[in-house]
Design a protein around this ligand. Structure first.
Ligand code: ADP
Ligand code: MG
Length: 344
């Protein structure tokens, strides 16, 4: 969410790669694009009149900007930042959207044994991936321990009532970071906007999170390509066909910097308080919603190949992993993922 640099999404939309072949002719597909949350959004719609372009683009941008204004830790006056700044232990009223995201985040957080952990904020900031600057030196053990002491899913609760919903923390220094889920949430929210507009054949994405519904202009299910983990942007690793699902990829190879000769990933292992270092380079998840896919992919990245595989099998998740073995990239997929794969 709202990073300084624009992060290119890890999942490339098939319309770029397969343009003009099986996604329907451009005249029947309306494509809108823009920027939000430090990344790009893209909406492809089949069977929508070109005359609706300007109004739709405006409505989409407005909603995404509103989501960002609510969820961003980069904006000091966002709803989330105000919750983080408020040191009180009393429940604080939040929107239904915020309560829903945090509820889902806590659920996936527990399922991943705290690997996907939205209370990781103090560590994210310490390692320079939040609004604070990148550190000049590797943080000390004491600094890591101090930041880690401010984390923990058990310190955050969602309260639902008939007249509203609240977030409550029992640790004043708790700092919630929804950055890893913002794209997934915004993607699902975009889909709801299109539904309200009577549009039911679309592929929407915000950053690396994608959701589809219905068919493309050729009457075929929408297709999405998973990128190869290289610097070449459009090299394709695998293609999947979506039937109203969300898909999201998390990766350790695009967003990092070097410190004291080491690659510092923006994904932090809440258990160690340090950036992940293992061989898993990307995790892609297909789920009912983009939010769910976006939550799981981060958790699986933190867990690393072996634990990620075991959890994918246990939870019956549709997962595609790419790991580095020497100079080679090795991929693995769960049986649920194989069902989406387009064989070539
Ligand atoms: P990707 O670019 O791989 O899709 P995201 O941008 O979705 O990753 O998420 C990375 C961001 O999530 C980090 O910049 C940080 O703010 C936050 N984050 C880092 N580690 C974790 C974690 N273990 N659980 C939840 N959020 C995390
Ligand atoms: Mg994610």
């Amino acid at each position: 969410m709202m990073r300084i640099q624009i992060n290119l999404p890890l999942v490339v939309l098939a319309m770029f790669l397969l343009a003009g072949c099986d996604q329907g002719s451009p005249s029947q597909t309306l494509v809108l694009e823009g920027k939000t949350m430090g990344t790009v959004w893209r909406v492809s719609m089949a069977g929508v009149e070109a005359g609706r372009k300007i109004a739709l683009r405006q409505a989409i941008q407005k909603q995404l900007d509103a989501d960002d204004a609510e969820l961003s830790t980069w904006k000091p006056d966002s709803t989330l930042s105000r919750f983080n700044q408020n040191q009180r232990r009393e429940p604080q009223p939040v929107s239904a959207n915020m309560a829903d995201i945090v509820t889902e985040a806590l659920r996936i957080g527990h399922k991943t044994s705290g690997a996907m952990n939205i209370t990781v904020g103090p560590l994210v900031n310490l390692w320079g991936f939040g609004p604070d600057r990148q550190p000049a030196r590797t943080p000390s053990e004491a600094q890591i321990a101090a930041a880690k002491a401010l984390t923990g899913l058990q310190h955050l609760r969602v309260l639902q009532g008939v007249d509203g919903q609240w977030l409550q923390k029992d640790l004043p220094g708790l700092y919630v970071d929804l950055s890893t889920l913002g794209e997934g949430f915004a993607t699902d929210h975009l889909a709801r906007l299109l539904e309200q507009q009577g549009i039911s054949n679309y592929l929407v994405s915000v950053g690396g999170a994608v959701l589809s519904r219905g068919n493309n202009a050729s009457g075929q299910p929408w297709r999405v390509a998973i990128q190869k983990p290289t610097d070449r942007e459009n090299a394709v690793q695998a293609r999947v066909e979506l039937h109203g699902h969300g898909i999201s990829t998390a990766g350790s190879y695009r967003n990092y910097y070097e410190l004291d000769g080491k690659r510092i990933s923006h994904i932090i292992d809440p258990a160690t308080g340090r950036p992940i270092e293992h061989r898993l380079v990307s995790a892609t998840v297909i789920a009912t919603t983009a939010l769910e896919a976006d939550g799981w992919d981060t958790g699986l990245m933190v867990l690393g190949s072996e634990k990620a595989k075991a959890l994918a099998l246990k939870e019956h998740l549709a997962v595609y992993l790419i790991s580095k073995q020497g100079d080679q990239f090795v991929s693995w997929m769960s049986p649920q993922f194989a069902a989406f794969l387009i064989k070539q």
